[in-house]
Write a protein that binds this ligand. Sequence first.
Ligand code: PHE
Length: 451
Amino acid sequence: MNQKNSFSSKIGFVLAAAGSAVGLGNLWRFPYLAAKYGGGTFLFIYLILAVTFGFALLVTEISIGRMTGKSALHAFSTLNKKCGFIGVLGSIIPMIILPYYCVIGGWVTKYCQVYLTGQAKDAVADDFFGGFISNTGEPLIWLALFTLASTAVILMGVNKGIENISKILMPLLVVLSVVIAIFVVTRPGAMEGVIYYIKPDFTKVNATGILAAMGQIFYSMSIAMGIMITYGSYLPEDTNIESSVRHIEIFDTAIAFLAGLMIVPAVFAFAGGEEAALNKGPTLMFVILPKVFDGMAGGRILGAAFFILVLFAALTSAISLMETVVSIFVDKTGGNRKLITVLVTIGVIVAAIPSSLGFGVWSHINLGGMSILDMCDFFSNSVLMPIVAFATCVFVGYVMKPKAVIDEVCRSTPKFKSEKLYVVLIKYVAPVFILLILISSVLDAMGIIKL
Ligand code: PHE
């Protein structure tokens, strides 16, 4: 990703962006948020936000990247000297996400080993996962392994290879997820879960849930942190931005939906659907899926295949995150790329330690029930990202003016189909809404108001 114009075609761009977008956010994070925030209610809010906010911000970021030809850190300051801070703020986000992403990546790696070495039965036990993550040493080893795997790819510069493997493995992941989802949905008791997952209950809508859905859009589509700006800077002039964005959105949302269909109804079929199980949070996937595989014919092999594919999806995303962090430091210091990659790796592993220990020896450190990992996740996705998104909207809506983005989109196509919607969203709806939700949720977290 270092040469300019490295995307030779629209499909190459869509796939690369989708490779960054599809990862643990879809498979691990979306299902547990959906389970926790009311199932269908969350899904409904998510879909509305994806086609409005997600769309507007993706178009904006890709256009800014293409018009400036720069990465986020410099794109905003190129457009306006005073607004460079938006790029700086956005650049901090991948640095917060990457360490805890590697903690989860480590858990997935461990599960690959569990399934490959025939311990699938053990993983079914209720306390298997809890026992594993509350250890001090073992999760740290898996975390380091996962991080080093990402480092190795970046050092070897095999990004092209990754793109090619993705073309085979990503569809495989989809096929396997469909098989698992069908199996889950046809279990006794699962229908209740399917209904919970797809039927919205509007009495359950609240600001925290909306904020969580918004944070998930940013996280899952890799927006509000500069990654799509960088990708946009590699995009050829004749590529249609609007339709590329629609494709990225559909792909990303479809995979998240499928992951939810695999996990949420399973909570009902295999764990009775009680509150406590639905509220499991970050650990949900690891607790529920082993039970699902245990009930399936050939479950051990399917389980192994599944976790290997998840590992792959997680690695492609971790690589794009690490690449971003490395580029920021290379840009800033002009230092040696390889050396910086090694230093970033060490930094990531060290910074990830608290998130990992937060499930064991440091579990007493928590904020309103949030573990250290949850806190990093909340701070980056529900606080920093909305701030960056708000600043981006104000910048585009009032400083640079939406016309600049519209002109950029229209360079490759005669018509920006959703132009009116885009302008209304970026100038009025998005900034006001983001601000309201952000303030109310932070006040809620501080205990000043009760939502
Ligand atoms: N979008 C990725 C996911 O869904 C996570 C990610 C965030 C990747 C930011 C790169 C940058 O897992």
